[in-house]
Design a protein around this ligand. Structure first.
Ligand code: FES
Length: 571
């Protein structure tokens, strides 16, 4: 039931909200109370505003290892403010424990989160997440459920150390693995390194997808100011949890709901921040999915135009040198937003009750810090990402040019094509592979439907024989994603993907490919008549023509392309 003046606002609150249907609402409430009293709740407790807390703890998810303590603190905050906290489980996704990919499961978590918020009686919800796909999934679900929500991030890990060097997951995971492949690091040392790259609970501490989302939730205004960057193991993280619980009670009483908070201005602010932090390319896909749930579109041309004006201001890996804890102690998101004042909509509201402008005004000034740059001394003159178009990517493609080799941003090379992730794994290190340093490595059938699940395979490894000869970067293009932690001249998310008939499926070994990032072009230099001829020979991958069941069947038939956020078409 909803109120007459606002069809989305429920008429009932607390335990009376979202009753199970037995055909008699009075009986439904009576039964609900009878069962919940079995857990020892008093009538006084049950009469309070109810605050849901998502429990995404899992032994398979060390990025969420601190969730029990965050829940404990958030509950304390809820009770201090006079509410009743109710913890409930949802799907939890960790990058390394998600077969085939975490992206394949993100929408499952979004649906789970949405329906659990909708089904159970809660007046507001604290979304506790951190690992790459969990925060996007929670926001997608919360936007659709449209119950007042506050995002609490689990927080980044502290840095690791090895032989006097500071290490970060997972930019250094890739760099060091590359050195291992090239024979510069032996088995014994790579084993030692596996214990030093991720030294604490929490999320990857470079500007990967988890850190990117930690920043974006502050830019969107759906997390408390400064809370997105606090290290997972710090006492301030616990205090942020308590404060989030407290604030959730205020949200339960007077909102705003996600539909009121996540306006066009909020999404534009998020795009500005995504460019200024040198954020993960995955952040763009997730932002598109969240916006779509809110009935809006992330315009790729607008995003690219923002990137031409907004410089990268954060000196963090993989675009720079430092880590999330350094960003936090340099002033975090409030300080960054102060530096970005001229680009942000300062009147955009946040769940704290302050505007973005007020939060920026209150930012801490840290003397002599060099992590958050001013616009007059940026890390990079333009934003982190560029959107490319051309006959290879009519629906767009993305490159994180802030983490690419400048010399390769304008490049023509011969295509070396891998037909699938499996094909790449099989042949990449074959000494007989016909490949040179100035070739363009092409991976296809690795998009949302093609792999399926759009794996982070876009960071194609440098062929072993070239790596051993000292080659560190090559132009690599694909319809896959890439970890936000990776470095290289890598074109991603080519849309439409090859598995649904995109032009990437027509590339042959030896074709010439032109990449021109300043002109935002990616072209296959093959004439149209030949491409039309190849099109008649093209066939989709077998798994898209065979029957499939269950969640996989739902995924394969309804997942959208990267430019629409890879959400399901019915969501
Ligand atoms: Fe969880 Fe990197 S694996 S954030």
């Amino acid at each position: 039931m909803t109120t007459a003046d606002d069809p989305k606002k429920p008429a009932a609150s607390g335990m009376r909200r979202n009753l199970a249907s037995y055909g008699d609402p009075g009986f439904s409430l009576f039964l609900r109370k009878a069962f919940i009293k079995a857990a020892g709740f008093s009538d006084d407790a049950l009469d309070r505003p109810i605050i849901g807390l998502t429990n995404t703890f899992s032994d398979f998810n060390p990025c969420h290892g601190n969730v029990p303590r965050l829940i404990e603190a958030a509950k304390r905050g809820v009770m201090l403010a006079g509410g009743l906290p109710m913890e409930f489980p949802t799907v939890s996704i960790h990058e390394s424990f998600s077969n085939p990919t975490s992206m394949f499961l993100r929408n499952l978590m979004a649906i789970d989160t949405e329906e659990m918020i909708r089904a159970q009686p809660m007046d507001a919800v604290v979304l506790i997440g951190g690992c790459d796909k969990t925060v996007p999934a929670q926001l997608m679900g919360a936007v659709s459920a449209d119950v007042p929500a506050i995002q609490l991030i689990t927080g980044p890990m502290l840095v690791g150390h090895h032989k006097g060097e500071v290490l970060g997951a997972c930019t250094d995971c890739r760099r060091l693995w590359g050195q291992h492949r090239a024979g510069q690091i032996d088995e014994a040392e790579i084993d030692v390194l596996s214990g030093r790259l991720a030294p604490t609970q929490g999320t990857c501490m470079v500007m990967g997808t988890a850190s990117t989302m930690g920043c974006l939730v502050e830019a969107l205004g759906i997390a408390l100011p400064g809370s997105g960057t606090i290290p997972a193991t710090h006492a301030d993280r616990i205090r942020a949890a308590e404060a989030s619980g407290r604030q959730a009670v205020a949200l339960a009483k007077s909102g705003p709901r996600p539909s009121e908070l996540l306006t066009k201005a909020a999404f534009r602010n998020a795009m500005v921040v995504l460019q200024a932090i040198g954020g993960s390319t995955n952040g763009l896909v997730h932002l598109s999915a969240i916006a779509r749930r809110a009935g809006m579109t992330i315009d790729l041309e607008e995003f690219d135009a923002i990137g031409r004006e907004v410089p990268v201001l954060i000196d963090l890996k993989p675009s720079g040198d430092h880590y999330m804890e350094h960003f936090h102690w340099a002033g975090g998101m409030p300080k960054l937003m102060r530096e970005l004042r001229g680009h942000l909509d300062l009147d955009a509201m946040t769940i704290s009750g302050q505007t973005i402008g007020e939060i920026a005004d209150a930012a801490e000034e840290v003397p002599n810090q060099t992590i958050i740059r001013s616009a007059s001394a940026p890390l990079k003159q333009t934003g982190g990402m560029a959107v490319l178009r051309g006959n290879l990517a009519p629906g767009g493609a993305v490159i994180k040019h802030s983490a690419a080799s400048p010399a390769l941003l304008k490049h023509k090379g011969r295509a070396v094509v891998f037909d699938s992730v499996e094909d790449m794994v099989r042949r990449m290190d074959d000494p007989a592979l016909d490949v040179k340093a100035d070739d363009v490595l092409v991976l296809r059938n690795a998009g949302p439907k093609g792999a399926p699940g759009m794996p982070e395979a876009g960071y194609l490894p440098i062929p072993k024989k070239l790596a051993q000869a000292g080659v560190k970067d090559m132009v690599r293009i694909s319809d896959a994603r890439m970890s936000g932690t990776a470095f290289g001249t890598i074109v991603l998310h080519i849309t439409p993907e090859s598995a649904v008939g995109g032009p990437l499926g027509l590339v042959r070994d030896g074709d010439m490919i032109s990449l021109d990032v300043p002109a935002r072009r990616i072209e296959l230099l093959v004439d149209e008549a030949e491409l039309a001829r190849r099109q008649t020979e093209w066939r989709p991958p077998a798994h898209l023509t065979e029957p499939s069941r269950g969640y996989r069947g739902l995924y394969l038939t309804t997942v959208l392309q990267a430019d629409e956020g890879c959400d399901f078409d019915f969501c």
